[in-house]
Design a binder for this molecule. Structure first.
Ligand SMILES: NC(=O)C1=CN([C@@H]2O[C@H](COP(=O)(O)OP(=O)(O)OC[C@H]3O[C@@H](n4cnc5c(N)ncnc54)[C@H](O)[C@@H]3O)[C@@H](O)[C@H]2O)C=CC1
Ligand SMILES: O=C([O-])CC(=O)C(=O)O
Length: 329
């Protein structure tokens, strides 16, 4: 076991994703069975008591890898020495609300958190933004952390990726393990584009699915892109355990690498790849090598995909312009 625990800060620790996430981190599923973790739970003052209750339950699990738990209600302390920050705390979308409505409410949260990360986090800090609108919240946090390399700020589209894997596996009648190389492009919103044109099923191109344009257009793409709203409709609350699971997948792959021959999806600060304007936080096909995300290069993008990637990127530009005009970036 490595002697020095990794400091993992989780914001919104008392929320529903937090409740599904913390036990998995403490059990070793985030960083592996040899890495002790010290949890730093960040909440707003009204959430501290519930976070204390969750901390009591974490104690009661007697996790061998859990080296300690601290609870904070201000970001400066919450991000002191942070190696991994999971920025979950935000106002969740409720029935009938679109993510754009959340920009202003959540923008005020992610600026101060970015500044606190800049001031006190560890040099190797890695940030995953889960709280919506995740891409633009990551942009806000990153823009308040000028001393932290922009590639350390990421936004979660892994849940969309996993949703797409599951839909494809069901359609093709195979296990999810046989579906590879699909991509979520753009924003974590209803404009996202789940792309099957490079996907493989059991090692062969997914042509049977991409040739089925009506399934692609009327079923697969909208099902994946609006799955969050469908869960809210069914459960009366937004996805929680599946979101926590995706956060674990994202950080695990970031730290340990993605499997050879496959890729996943993550929101990264664009370097201009695939015509996505530099600086926007957009979802791309990505691999993780030596602890860094890299955008998979050289994929051919046909007209069908181009149009849909561009539409989602346009929404990201609008969100960026909106937070700019609010003085949040
Ligand atoms: N990227 C993705 O795929 C997904 C993102 N989400 C988003 O994740 C976020 C959290 O969802 P839930 O846990 O269900 O919400 P929740 O309402 O159950 O919990 C949010 C928690 O954040 C706390 N919080 C609010 N402001 C905070 C601040 N400034 N600092 C620290 N904590 C703060 C609240 O007190 C609350 O305990 C929402 O924005 C939701 O839309 C949800 C599912 C998937
Ligand atoms: O839709 C929402 O508000 C929650 C979310 O991000 C998702 O489930 O993808």
């Amino acid at each position: 076991m490595s002697p020095t625990p990794v400091n993992v800060t989780v914001t919104g620790a008392a929320g529903q994703i937090g409740y599904a996430l913390l036990f998995r981190i403490a059990s070793g599923q985030l960083l592996g069975p040899d890495t002790p973790v010290r949890l730093r739970l960040l909440e707003i003052p009204q959430g501290v008591k519930a976070a204390e209750g969750t901390a009591m339950e974490l104690d009661d699990c007697a996790f061998p890898l859990l080296a300690g738990i601290d609870i904070f209600d201000n970001p400066t302390e919450g991000f002191e020495g942070t190696n991994i920050g999971l920025l979950v705390g935000a106002r969740p979308r409720t029935k009938g609300m679109e993510r754009g409505d959340l920009l202003e409410a959540n923008g005020g949260i992610f600026g101060p958190q970015g500044a606190a990360i800049n001031a006190g986090a560890a040099d190797d800090v890695r940030i995953l933004v889960v709280g919506n609108p995740a891409n633009t919240n990551a942009l806000i946090a990153s823009s308040h952390a000028p001393d932290v390399p922009a590639d350390r700020f990421t936004a979660m589209t892994r849940l969309d990726h996993n949703r797409a894997l599951s839909q494809v596996a069901t359609k093709a009648g195979v296990s999810v393990a046989e579906v590879r190389r699909l991509t979520i492009w753009g924003n974590h919103s209803a404009t996202q584009y789940p792309d099957l044109f490079h996907a493989e099923i059991a090692g062969a191109p997914a042509t049977a699915l991409t040739d089925d344009t009506s399934w692609l257009t009327d079923d697969f793409i909208p099902t994946v892109a609006t799955r969050g709203a469908a869960i809210i409709e069914a459960r009366g609350a937004s996805s929680a355990a599946s979101a926590a699971n995706a956060a674990v997948d994202h950080v695990h792959d970031w730290v340990h690498g993605t499997p050879e021959g496959d890729w996943t999806s993550a929101g990264l600060v664009s370097d201009g790849s695939y015509g996505v304007p530099e600086g926007l936080v957009s979802s791309f096909p990505v691999v993780s090598r030596d602890g860094r995300w890299e955008i998979v290069q050289g994929l051919e993008i046909g007209d069908f995909s181009r149009e849909r990637i561009d539409a989602s990127v346009r929404e990201l530009v609008e969100e960026r312009d909106a937070v700019r005009s609010l003085g949040l970036v």
